[in-house]
Every structure is written in C-alpha cells, then in structure tokens.
Design a protein around this ligand. Structure first.
Ligand SMILES: Nc1nc2c(ncn2[C@@H]2O[C@H](COP(=O)(O)OP(=O)(O)OP(=O)(O)O)[C@@H](O)[C@H]2O)c(=O)[nH]1
Length: 610
C-alpha cells in the first residue's frame, strides 16, 4: 500500500509541472481531488519545528516575520536503511541536494523568485522531495503561518490573504488538516483550531498537535487535552516536544532531538502512560497511515473524476480542431483537407443528404411556371397590337396570302418576354446555391478555427457561383433566343387546315384587318407561344442545372485550388492564422489532458495491483 502515497506524490508533481495547483485557471483541476495533509497554525506555533521533526532534518528557513510565503509541498520518500539522504526540488529536476542548509537557502530563494523580495505571498507551491531512511512516506503541505498583523513592508491585506490561502487548501474535503497549537497558550485562542473548526466542524479530518509542552507553566500540564477530556477532537491530540530556540542555536541535531523527545514523554510522570502515542515519530506514522486510508477511500472517486474529465477535455479539444502543421506542404495539405470537407458538405446539401437542395427544384416546379404564366401575352396580342405589328411588317406591300412577317414579329415580341422569367430562374437558383455555401461554411467545423481561411473559401465559392451564373444566363437566354430565331414549321403547316375551318385566307385586302381575322392571328400566335413556353419550362431548368448546379458540384473550388498552389508560404500561413486565444486554450487543454491520461494509467495500475 506504500505505493499509494508515492502514486499521489507523482501525480502532485505532474500537476505542479503542468501548472495545475488548484487555482482558478478555468481548466479542470486534478490537484484539488488529490488527498494531502496541510499544516496550519499561528505564527511561531511550532509548525516548522513539527515538520522538521517529522522529517528528522533541519531544512526550513527561519527568521522573524512571515517566513513561509509560498506553500511548500513536502513529499517524504522512505529509502533503504543506510542510503544517503538527499532532497530534490521540482523546479531543479537534475539537482540533488545532500546539504540541507542549501535546501533551506533554495526554499528562501525560490520564494523570492516568485514573490519578489517584497514579502508578498503566492499560492504557487514549491515542491520538495526528501529521500531518507528516517522518514515515512508522506506528503505534507506547509502553509504560511496565520497572523494578526502585517510586518513592515507588507500591506495590511496580507493577513487576510494568508487566511484565504490557508482556507483554500484546507477547505477541500480531501485535505487532512494538521492543526498546530502551542501548549503554552490558551487553546481557546488557537488560530489553528479556529480555522479548522470553520472548514471541518465535525473534526473528521483534523489532527490536533500540541507543541511546546515542555514550556508550559510550572504546575500546569496538557494531560486533559491529550487524554481527550478537554478540547476533544475526533482523533486524539498528539503532543510533541521540539527543539527550543536554545537547542537550535546550539545546533542540536534532529535525531538527538527525537531521542530527547522520547525520553521526555517516557520520563515525565504526567505523560508516561501516554508516551506510546506522543512525539513526532508517532505523529509521522499516524499521518502516513491516515493519508493512506484517505487515498484508498478516494481512489475510486478520483478514477471516475479522471475518466469524466478526460472525456470532457477530449470533446473540447475536438471542438477546437487540430493544431496546424508547421511546413508549407503540411499547411497546404491542411487547407486542401478543410476545403475538401467543406466541398463534401456542400455536395451533401445538393444531393439531399442535408437540407436545402430541394429549394432548387421548387424554383423549377413552382417559381418558373408561375412566372411564365404571369407573362401577359394577351396584352402583347391585343387587336390593336396585332394590327399594328402586321401593318408595320407588311410595309408598303400588304401581304398576299398570309402575314408571314407579321406572324414572326408577333411571335418574337411575345417570346422575348420569356427572357425575364428565365433570367429570374437563373438568379433564384444562384441565390440558393450561395445560401448553401454559407450553410456549408458554418457546418464545416474545421473552418471555425481559421477565420481567414473561412473568408477566403466563402469568397472563392461565391466568385465561382457568380461566374457560373453568367454562363448559365448566357446559355439559358440563348435557349429563348433560339426559339425566336427559328419557328417550328410543322405547327404552321397545320394552319391552312385550321384556317379553312375558320374562314378563307384569301380574303379581299379590304377584309384583312377585320376583327375576326386579327383574332384568329392572335390565337394562332398565342398557341404557338404557349407551345414554346411549355418547351422552355423544361429546357430552362436543364440549362440551369447544367451550367450552375452541376458545375457547383463539380468544381466550386477548382480555381481556388489553382491559386493555392501558387501561394507563398507566408500567405498560406496567414490563411491558417488562428485566433490566439484558441491556440492558447488548445495547448493548455492538451497539457491538462496529458496529465490526466498519465494519472489515469498510473492510478489504474495501482488500483489493479491492490
Ligand atoms: N521548547 C520548545 N520550543 C519550541 C517547541 N516548538 C517550537 N519551539 C520554538 O518556537 C519557536 C517557533 O517555532 P517554529 O517552529 O519556527 O514555529 P513556526 O510556527 O514555524 O513559526 P513561523 O514559521 O514563524 O510561523 C522556535 O524558536 C522553536 O525553537 C517546543 O515544542 N518546545
């Protein structure tokens, strides 16, 4: 089970390396869910002394005022008896410290590096690992001492800032609280007990440590507290006797101090019966055991949190899209690939896989026939107009048998009006094709990532559609013009019979412009024009589909691809310019995902070997 603590240690180190120390970075945090032990207490309550006793080493900075200004995550690793003890900082990965005075100096220097020498505080932890045969596997977080007044050079707000920082650590349900109170002060005023009660009212995760028992006034003792008769906590209080200031000045070593502590409890009549559960060695063992228990209990929760977060991170990363290749070839490939995706979506709209293509059929089936119907041929073929056109066409020589030229003019002048609906159909389909471009652009998720490319692809597709519209207009109007150029002979060959039925074409010249004659001409022209309309109703859509819809499907971005091939690397890069915020978020998310994935593997391995 020892590997449980090292597992959490490992993940904690990875968290800090990747900037996850549970602050508000808008990214999911693993740090907060990892069980740890935080040391809290008022200034000079003996926190540093307790930590050093637990470690069995002298390594923490000393001085007046607020010495601990950044959290110190202290990971203790037990190594084989006889091995040389050493320390390592996470921020100095390849440096082994065997001189603990140098460790003390590095803690002070690293604190200053982050906070400046202004005595400010920072919540970014320093990670220190100590490898020693004299420790138990344990992770402790040393926090700045709670204080009531700021020292010189510090703003008054520092008092509150320290409290907030301490609180932010100990309020997490996975944090065990090591509450340090000096025995020579009234426990009712203990800062450690006060703040622990706030965040852990039932005392489920609070461990009370009583320091300075040796400094209590003569005639007083801490037996009631240590026996759990006064200030009772869920876990029994542990008394410790650390080195006094005089011991520190005399450089009394920690191992000797531990021995003296043992002797103190076993040799003092009041505490003799409690000696087996007093002292810093007992404290270290008890904490290690408690930490293991908590980790064991929390592992399933951590596992499910990790699995859930991995999924969330993956989803968001997918949404943000892939990062861009650095070289020109890679960039070109990425652009082509994105364009291909867009093109595919666009085709799906036209082919009915996605919605919108059906509106084109609506133009052919409803809009065009309705527009053709609305053409006012009867106005074109009013008696007056017929008479006028026929007379004009006859010129100085009135027609002898049938008004051939007159017919032609009447038919032409009617057919020419079909150009309007034909052109309108071309424009209507063009507008729909353009709408579908915008739709497909917004549905191509990959384009969201690159606003520059999005604009270029939209413009290129719309330019192509504009060109296709011009071609389509030419061809479609040509169809109408063709109908004007050559009239269907068969239709007119039938006419004499019709005429025979209705009257004699060899009217006297005098009768040629009478109403019945003109009406008959009008109705012949109308039925011819209607016949042509029916033909064009079918051929106009064919021309439009051929010139616009089919072409849009076939080569919407062809010209853009040719231009891409000739583009310089700089311009290609600018097309792939991403929103910097997106780039930053992607890189932060990938790092966090990496952390979660490795934590997932590590935890799974330990959980399986349980
Ligand atoms: N005699 C005796 N002195 C102690 C004991 N514990 C701490 N001291 C002394 O009390 C003083 C303060 O102890 P520290 O361990 O520095 O206390 P701290 O809470 O870390 O203080 P800050 O970091 O300044 O908040 C030092 O001079 C210690 O030698 C103890 O159990 N007995």
């Amino acid at each position: 089970m020892e590997n449980l603590i090292s597992l959490v240690n490992k993940i904690q180190r990875a968290c800090t390396a990747l900037g996850d120390h549970g602050d508000t970075s808008a990214l999911p945090t693993l740090w907060d869910s990892l069980p740890a032990i935080a040391v809290v207490g008022g200034q000079s309550s003996g926190k540093s002394s307790v930590l050093e006793s637990v470690v069995g080493k002298d390594f923490l900075p000393r001085g007046s005022g607020i010495v601990t200004r950044r959290p110190l995550v202290l990971q203790l690793h037990k190594i084989e008896e006889g091995s040389r003890e050493y320390a390592e900082f996470l921020h100095l990965p390849r440096k082994r410290f065997t001189d603990f005075a140098a460790v003390r100096k590095e803690i002070a220097d690293e604190t200053d590096r982050e906070t400046g020498r202004t005595k400010q505080i920072s919540s970014i932890p320093i990670h220190l690992s100590i490898y020693s045969p004299n420790v138990v596997n344990l992770t402790l977080i040393d926090l700045p001492g709670l204080t009531k007044v700021a020292v010189e050079g510090q703003p008054d707000s520092v008092v509150q800032e320290i409290e907030n920082m301490v609180r932010s650590y100990i309020e997490k349900p996975n944090c065990l609280i090591l509450a340090i109170s000096p025995a020579n002060q009234d426990l009712a005023t203990s800062d450690a007990i006060k703040i622990s009660r706030d965040v852990d009212p039932t005392g489920e995760r609070t461990f009370g440590v009583l320091t300075k028992i040796d400094l209590m006034d003569k005639g007083t003792d801490a037996v009631d507290i240590l026996e759990g008769k006064a200030y009772r906590l869920k876990f029994p209080w542990i008394g410790v006797v650390n080195r006094s200031q005089a011991d520190i000045n005399k450089n009394v070593d920690m191992i000797a101090a531990r021995r003296r502590e043992r002797e103190y409890f076993s040799g003092t009549p009041e505490y003799k019966h409690l000696a087996h559960r007093m002292g810093s060695e007992h404290l270290a063992k008890m904490l290690s055991k408690q930490l293991e228990n908590v980790i064991k209990a929390k592992i399933p929760g951590i596992q499910s949190l990790i699995n859930k977060t991995v999924l969330e991170l993956e989803t968001e990363l997918n949404r943000l899209g892939k990062p861009i290749a650095a070289d020109a070839g890679g960039k070109l490939y990425s652009i082509m690939e994105i364009c291909r995706l867009f093109d595919q979506i666009y085709k799906e709209h036209l082919d009915g896989v996605r919605s919108g293509g059906d509106k084109i059929y609506n133009v052919f089936d409803n809009q065009l026939p309705a527009a053709l119907k609305r053409l006012q041929f009867d106005r074109q073929l009013s008696m007056e107009n017929i008479k006028k056109l026929i007379t004009e066409a006859d010129g100085y020589q009135p027609h002898l048998i049938a008004p051939e030229q007159g017919y032609r003019r009447l038919i032409e002048s009617s057919l020419i009006t079909i150009r309007g609906p034909a052109e309108a159909a071309v424009d209507a389909v063009h507008a729909l094709l353009k709408d579908l471009v915008h739709k497909a652009i917004s549905e191509t998720l990959e384009l969201k990532q690159y606003p520059g490319l999005r604009v270029e692809v939209t413009n290129a597709a719309c330019d192509s559609l504009d060109r296709m519209r011009e071609e389509s207009k030419k061809s479609t109007l040509k169809l109408v013009d063709m109908e004007c150029s050559y009239l269907t002979v068969d239709f007119f060959r039938k006419l004499p019979q019709d005429v025979e039925k209705g009257g004699n074409p060899t009217h006297s010249l005098f009768d040629r412009y009478n109403d019945a004659y003109l009406r008959r001409i009008g109705s012949t022209v109308l039925s011819y024009v209607n016949m042509v309309c029916a033909t064009l109703r079918h051929s106009i859509p064919k021309s439009i589909v051929h010139c616009q819809v089919r072409e849009a499907k076939r080569c919407l971005l062809d010209r853009f691809f040719t231009e891409l091939g000739a583009m310089e690397q700089k311009r290609l890069s600018s097309l792939l310019n991403e929103d910097p915020a997106v780039m930053e978020r992607r890189s932060a998310l990938s790092k966090r995902l990496e952390l979660y994935r490795s934590a997932q593997t590590e935890i799974d391995a330990v959980a399986w070997s349980k």
